[in-house]
Design a protein around this ligand. Sequence first.
Ligand code: LMR
Length: 398
Amino acid sequence: MFQQLTQLSSDTILGVMAKFRADPSTEKVDLGVGVYRDLTGNTPVLASVRRAEQEILAAQTTKSYVAAAGREEFNSAVEELVLGSAHIARRERRARTMQTPGGCGALRVGAELIRASAPGVTVHISDPTWGNHTPLLGSSGLRLERYPYYDAAAHRLRFDAMLEHLEHAAAGDVVLIHACCHNPTGADLDPAQWQALALLLQRRRLFPFLDMAYQGFAVDLDADAAGVRLVAEQVPEALIASSFSKNLGLYRERVGALIAIGENPARSDAVMSHMLQIARSIYSMPPDHGAAIAARIFTNPALKQQWLAELAAMRTRIADMRELLSRQLQRVIGDDAFDFIGMQHGMFSLLGVSPQVVERLRDRHHIYMTPDSRMNLAGIMPHNAAYVAEAIAAERRA
Ligand code: LMR
């Protein structure tokens, strides 16, 4: 059976995580895998999560199945969180939401749904994009193509080139769009750019697949969803993948959702029936524990307040570390070449150096990031910012 299978190299992001763990150095700095870290370097269980979890465990009387769509109260709370309470797709009862195992589960079910519905379409993904987008969408058999998004050397968006590419995409093609805190660049569209993109999608009859893994990490929950809401207003159909790994810190619990918007309620029901069948054929039902915690937080005003404060604290800490690192780089380099780090959003920025420099930062300074020079700014601390800046300055031209 297995004779044809040869050893594969490890996943890029998870490979960096494993190398970091194996490094015994006390100076090591983890700018690799995208998890939040507090000032002690820990990825904490949020206090709101701990409270909700204790309440759930105390009240739980069964571990029996929930449903293929997951928890109803989770799904309706997520829909409101993502689309807002008064969104036209909700008013017209065109949105359907299904709990999934993480945002990855949502992306994969969405890809299978697209393939079942329109197997010949191309999915246009940003260049660069998150390393797992290609395997998650590509292994459903869909054809993928890249649209220009970011110039890593100039540290800026390639928005005109992006529009130009999409102008030539075939009608019905899918465009995967990062909702906010673009991974790996940290460079997001501004409101005018979202507007232009939404109009193009509508005019060219392109299908948006929006990936929202960092809602609340740029500005706040509503502002970060503004682009998604705008696009979902302008076009008749869309898919939205949502993840609660980062904003609730529920990484290992695998909490996500897939929202489908159809052109009318009957079509949306049909789409939902396919989503349920796809889920059933892959994993049957999503895990419940994390979604039960999330639903409790979303629907209990006191817990929600506490969560919002914790989310704001995570966001602010990362923004502060962006500022600090760019100031330290300015100090050691003597120019503003890295000021962009302070202006971007979310966990990541691309340093814009070669894989060889990334290797030297790892081998000589124990600083870990992915080979494309993506840094998770949550790994920067007040005590290591100067060390990281000095190492970057020493290695970037060496
Ligand atoms: C990341 O981008 O590092 C995270 O989303 C973790 C992962 O699964 O890749």
